[in-house]
Design a protein around this ligand. Structure first.
Ligand code: GZL
Length: 335
């Protein structure tokens, strides 16, 4: 009887130890803590699924998030680079859910295909904040907030400034370098630009193709446009500066002067675009702010404090036209 009793006590202690450990979360340094949404020593754990490093703008956004959250005592940042593939973003979100992060930040490479994984995040009671690009979902409760720009307005501003530059009484044949196929930034900048031209039928988009937001692809597509219709092109409208810089190289190699023979309009406002403007090689820069780290940090803190956060946290942005405006702005540009 005594022997049986001794065995049952050690079994009881063993089972108790197992049940206590099962309720804990082991973190990277091996310490175990109560499983409470991944909190690590009181820090808010944020899983950020970033698209990639396709442009200067993207790199600046990543730097802003890492500097604001990665170096803060208030946060633990788990960062994932998807190399511009949606399946990698879905995998990253699945991992964040398994690690019980407190908040998921997602810069969605494309607008569609997110329902299933975001339903899993919601079932795990992990709020999702969209960064810099939007998504199309029937159930809007699948994300809490969108921190980013108004891309339709950016496209409209690009068209408005182009018409002012050339003259509403004149016209222009425009070639368009679109961003990544399916990305909200590309879809909406295309829509906005077309909206801005609709009252000026002499301003025509004669060719439009994706350059995937990269310099290399932007240059390739512009080379093809020049080869097929070079003498007939007055303007190139690029959905981001990196593709515009690629187009500028293509125009120069074709033997024409960018900014003069072919006007250049683009969106982002990275330093290289301002430097091209100072050299007279680009004409209109529509700003799109990538420095979203502080807004994300504040939104996450407010969320964890139980406060309501806006569905759309917008950033005020400017437009820069001509050499002088670029020369004046360049010294204070932060990205
Ligand atoms: C805009 C962002 C776009 C930038 C590009 O918020 O999604 O993606 O305009 C970047 O430079 O690649």
């Amino acid at each position: 009887m005594f022997k049986l009793k001794k065995v049952s006590i050690s079994l009881l202690v063993f089972l108790m130890a197992i049940s206590i450990l099962a309720g804990c979360n082991s973190n990277t340094n091996g310490k175990t803590e109560k499983a409470s949404g991944g909190n690590k020593g009181g820090k808010i754990v944020v899983g950020f699924s970033q698209i990639g490093a396709e442009s200067g703008w993207r790199t600046a956004e990543t730097k802003s998030i890492k500097e604001t959250l990665g170096n803060s005592p208030d946060f633990e940042l788990k960062f994932s680079d998807a190399q511009q593939k949606q399946e990698n973003q879905i995998k990253a979100i699945r991992n964040f859910i398994a690690q019980k992060v407190d908040v998921i930040a997602l810069a969605p490479v494309v607008e569609t295909g997110w329902e299933s994984i975001l339903k899993k995040a919601r079932d795990a009671k992990i709020p999702v904040i969209l960064l810099d690009r939007g998504i199309k979902v029937k159930d809007e409760s699948l994300y809490t907030s969108f921190i980013g720009s108004d891309f339709i307005l950016e496209g409209e501003n690009a068209a408005k400034e182009l018409i002012n530059l050339i003259g509403a009484d004149k016209g222009a044949n425009i070639v368009e370098l679109q961003g990544t196929v399916g990305a909200s930034a590309a879809n909406d900048r295309k829509t906005g630009f077309a909206n801005g031209l609709k009252d000026n039928p002499n301003f025509k988009i004669i060719k439009s193709q994706s350059g995937d937001f990269t310099r290399v692809k932007g240059k390739e597509v512009m080379e093809a446009f020049l080869k097929s219709d070079g003498k007939n092109i007055d303007v190139v409208y690029a959905h981001n500066d990196d593709m515009a810089i690629g187009a500028i190289q293509a125009i120069e190699e074709y033997g024409l002067k960018p900014g003069e023979d072919i006007k250049v309009v683009s969106i982002d406002g990275v330093k290289d675009a301002f430097e091209a403007a100072v050299q007279g090689k680009t004409n209109i820069i529509v700003e799109c702010n990538p420095l979203l780290g502080p807004q994300l940090a504040q939104a996450v803190k407010d969320l964890k404090a139980g406060k309501e956060i806006p569905r759309w946290i917008k950033t005020e942005e400017s437009v820069f036209v001509g050499k002088e405006a670029a020369e004046e702005a360049l010294p204070s540009r932060k990205y």
